[in-house]
Design a protein around this ligand. Structure first.
Ligand code: HEM
Ligand SMILES: *[C@@H]1O[C@H](CO)[C@@H](O)[C@H](O)[C@H]1NC(C)=O
Ligand SMILES: *[C@@H]1O[C@H](CO)[C@@H](O)[C@H](O)[C@H]1NC(C)=O
Ligand SMILES: *[C@@H]1O[C@H](CO)[C@@H](O)[C@H](O)[C@H]1NC(C)=O
Ligand SMILES: *[C@@H]1O[C@H](CO)[C@@H](O)[C@H](O)[C@H]1NC(C)=O
Ligand SMILES: *[C@@H]1O[C@H](CO)[C@@H](O)[C@H](O)[C@H]1NC(C)=O
Length: 329
């Protein structure tokens, strides 16, 4: 009897938490049920397309997650990354030959234009595809907030300047997040996105040879992982790819943080969260906490994704529902 009343108390607590999150969303102008009446098939359309793409290639879940991140950090979450043209964000250094999944977004949008023409923004399609990329990789089932408008301009210099680089120290990365309203905890939690996906050799091979005057290999990189990465990257053009989360490449779990404790982070910006001088004070303790508490990581990840998805468009007065994601109407 005691355990039954405990259970109902905890259900009430849980319901309270859910209500609280939805109130937060309403305050930001986005909501969970935005298209419930205007496009009731939205959820099943996104799920079907992301699921099919991930059956063909599991990595696509990761690629869609990253697409949302790279959209949100440049002029806010406004679908600006999808626009073609000479000033396109697609051509910026962090995105060129790197961001993937545009064709999946276009396929979802084409389905939506049949089911409910002119209703769902491309920015929302990106956010929703990211949600399913996470969920279908085994990650948390957070409630994606909807109601974004598509921006009218791409911002190539914004993409070059606002997105964090894997060569940046943790203090610089933290500043880039701060610039868009995200805190140090968000840096650590959202870096946990690297529990899935791949990186090209060109973005970490500086850790593998001629690292410094005293060390040929980055001393914060495990030596057996270093030799297998040297094998992988040797003699190539830098386009070969390695798992960001060695040993658990396609599963959305807290193994990424366990790897950091074992010096098995792939990017300098990953390992730096645990090992770098500026990471030791700011981020190390959280890495340790997530490495031993998977539930806490998955829950916090959903919360930080909602926060990232709330980064407002730079020009809130300009916005439309694009017919085609690659061009303004
Ligand atoms: C903290 C600063 C971050 C840095 C420096 C960074 C850097 C990178 C780099 C260099 C790659 C490999 C790109 C390539 O091979 O061309 C990558 C991949 C990836 N990033 Fe990040 N990232 C950061 C934060 C994030 C965040 C906040 C998310 C999402 C919430 C994210 C999600 C991903 C995913 C899922 C991949 C794999 C994509 C794929 O396999 O297609 N990253 N990141
Ligand atoms: C591009 O991004 C930068 C940095 O966020 C911003 O200052 C600038 O106003 C943006 N330009 C356009 C055209 O949106
Ligand atoms: C490392 O440096 C040496 C000496 O400068 C050079 O010969 C060698 O090619 C470099 N190796 C790599 C992988 O860059
Ligand atoms: C990688 O692939 C791209 C696209 O095919 C190519 O343009 C580039 O030269 C290749 N090499 C490097 C180091 O990026
Ligand atoms: C980290 O914290 C210690 C103790 O407060 C301080 O002495 C040190 O300067 C800090 N290091 C960095 C890189 O901020
Ligand atoms: C915002 O967009 C509107 C409509 O395109 C435009 O007239 C205005 O100049 C833009 N404002 C800024 C600050 O970019």
């Amino acid at each position: 009897m005691e355990s039954r009343s405990d259970h109902s108390a905890s259900s009430r607590l849980l319901a309270g938490v859910v209500v609280l999150l939805c109130l937060c969303a309403a305050a930001s102008g986005l909501s969970c049920d935005f298209y419930d009446d205007s496009c009731p098939d939205l959820d099943s359309i996104v799920q079907a397309r992301v699921s099919a793409a991930m059956k063909a290639e599991a990595r696509m879940g990761a690629s869609l997650l990253r697409l949302h991140f790279h959209d949100c950090f440049v002029n806010g979450c406004d679908g600006s990354i999808l626009l073609d043209g000479p000033n396109s964000e697609k051509l910026a250094l962090p995105n060129l030959n790197s961001v993937r999944g545009y064709e999946v977004i276009d396929a979802i949008k084409a389905d939506l234009e049949k089911a409910c023409p002119g209703v769902v923004s491309c920015a929302d399609v990106v956010a929703y595809a990211a949600k399913y990329g996470v969920l279908l990789s085994g990650g948390p089932d957070y409630d994606v907030r909807l109601g974004r408008k598509d921006g009218l301009v791409a911002n190539q210099s914004g993409a070059n300047n606002n997105l964090p680089s894997p060569f940046d120290p943790i203090s610089v990365i933290t500043q880039r997040f701060k610039d868009v309203g995200l805190n140090t905890k968000d840096v650590v939690v959202l870096s946990g996105a690297h529990t899935i996906g791949r990186s090209r050799c060109v973005l970490f091979s500086s850790r593998l040879a001629n690292f410094s005057a005293t060390n040929s290999v980055d001393p914060t990189l495990d030596s057996s992982l270093a030799s297998s990465l040297q094998q992988l990257c040797r003699g190539g053009d830098g386009n070969q790819t390695a798992a960001l989360d060695a040993g658990s490449a396609d599963a959305f779990d807290n193994h990424y943080f366990q790897n950091l404790l074992a010096k098995k982070g792939l990017l300098s910006s990953d390992q730096g969260l645990f090992s770098s001088p500026d990471g030791v004070n700011a981020t190390k303790a959280l890495v340790q906490a997530y490495s031993t508490n998977s539930q806490r990581f998955l829950c916090d990840f959903g919360d930080s994704m909602i926060k990232m998805g709330n980064i407002p468009p730079l020009n809130a007065s300009a916005g439309q529902i694009r017919k085609k994601c690659s061009a303004v109407n």
